[in-house]
Design a protein around this ligand. Structure first.
Ligand SMILES: Cc1cc2nc3c(=O)[nH]c(=O)nc-3n(C[C@H](O)[C@H](O)[C@H](O)COP(=O)(O)O)c2cc1C
Length: 366
């Protein structure tokens, strides 16, 4: 009797499927490195640490600020009773931000977090703006610590790019946001009714159509996208897919997908999200110079921390301001007069998204 069993076609296909699944599993295992724990790294990023020098705590708070493409375009110099915030020009975004406007706004966001943390830690802070010098100087002196909801909001704030739940913002919360303390020359313009929201959206659409038709813009964006956690964990910067609600994929696939996104597809996706947000706000300033940009960043970060303390989520849609040919049109369309639009933000209620990462303080010290 012949004991050899013949493999049927069905068994062969089963074996083939099992083999392919194992190969795919192996690929995913090596590509996405599940033993690298993203959540652990994010918790370390966003939790207060014991630093060797007390002022490093303030630098840590500053690094948790919003910043364009999460390039973290900053370097900090700790001096006797002072901290300087310098731009890291190796992290410029020459296509989307050719004049370094958003880079200085990002430094303003970092400054605001630093000032909130300084007050909470018992320092009085005096700021010298970058009118002459190419950096921000923060002089610190001992004061009584002032606890604040804004300080508690620093590790909770995030740019939440998901669709929101459409609920209206509570009146008393909106009033608190509208009464936010501003910086000289900086104003907030809220779009609180459907007509004003549609005007904002019209320009977001035009901005998306222009940006996604520009290969230089798309290439620069791709360079800062982190398509899987292995990439995010190795650079500790950039835009990690999961933070924007996108799946983890190998770089080649993500790159192909983003490069192949049609401008209209991007405009439609952002429009759908915009329409789930009951309110939007434009931050504008009297002039376009380093000091105005830093002050704009401060006001934005203060607004974002205040929203966070009220459990309101927000996300940027700066397209109509980043596309230079649209900026002036947007300025007139929303009735800003001579004030220059700097940032556009939608807000409302939503669940939190995965947190973004930051490079450790030691890496951003001069
Ligand atoms: C000046 C500036 C411009 C930004 N522009 C955009 C934008 O156009 N679209 C967007 O989704 N996020 C934008 N962001 C948000 C950043 O991508 C975000 O702050 C960064 O990825 C870090 O994530 P986090 O804010 O959740 O910590 C901008 C932030 C700043 C400060």
């Amino acid at each position: 009797m012949n004991n050899k069993r013949k493999i049927s076609r069905r068994d062969f296909l089963k074996l083939l499927a099992a083999g392919s699944a194992t190969a795919l599993g192996g690929y995913l295992l090596s590509e996405f490195a599940p033993w690298l724990d993203y959540e652990e790294q994010a918790t370390e990023t966003w939790t207060a640490q014991n630093f060797s020098a007390p002022l490093m705590t303030l630098v840590h708070s500053a690094t948790l600020a919003a910043n364009g493409h999460n390039t973290q375009p900053w370097k900090f110099a700790i001096k006797d009773n002072a901290i300087e915030i310098h731009p890291d020009t190796s992290r410029r975004l020459p296509v989307v931000d050719p004049s370094d406007r958003e880079m200085w706004i990002s430094l303003g966001c970092a400054l605001e977090n630093m000032l909130v943390a300084a007050r909470a830690s018992g320092y009085n802070a005096e700021v010298t703006y970058p009118e002459q010098a190419d950096f921000i100087h923060v002089q610190l002196s001992a004061d009584t610590p002032q606890a604040s909801p804004l300080f508690d909001a620093i590790p909770l704030r995030q740019n939440t790019r998901s669709a929101y739940d459409g609920r209206l913002v509570k009146n008393e919360d909106l009033e608190q946001l509208q009464a936010l303390q501003l910086e000289p020359g900086v104003t907030l313009q809220f779009a609180t009714n459907p007509t004003a929201m549609e005007t904002f959206l019209e320009y977001v659409n035009l901005g998306n159509l222009a940006q996604y038709a520009d290969t230089a813009f798309v290439d620069e964006l791709i360079a800062w996208l982190r398509f899987n956690k292995k990439e995010a964990l190795s650079s500790l910067d950039g835009l990690y897919s999961a933070c924007s609600g996108n799946p983890q994929v190998p770089r080649w696939l993500g790159q192909m997908f983003v490069a192949g996104t049609k401008p209209q597809q991007q405009a439609d996706a952002d429009a759908a999200k915009f329409r789930t947000s009951p309110i939007a706000v434009a931050v504008s300033s009297e002039s376009d110079n380093k000091t105005s940009w830093v002050r704009t960043g401060q006001v934005y970060e203060r607004l974002a921390l205040t929203m966070t303390s009220l459990e309101i989520k927000s996300a940027f849609l700066n397209q109509p301001i980043e596309v230079s040919s649209l900026r002036g049109q947007f300025q007139s369309a929303i009735g800003l007069g001579s004030s220059l639009p700097q940032l556009l933000v939608r807000f409302g209620y939503a669940d939190a998204m995965p947190r973004s990462l930051r490079r450790p303080v030691e890496e951003v010290l001069i």
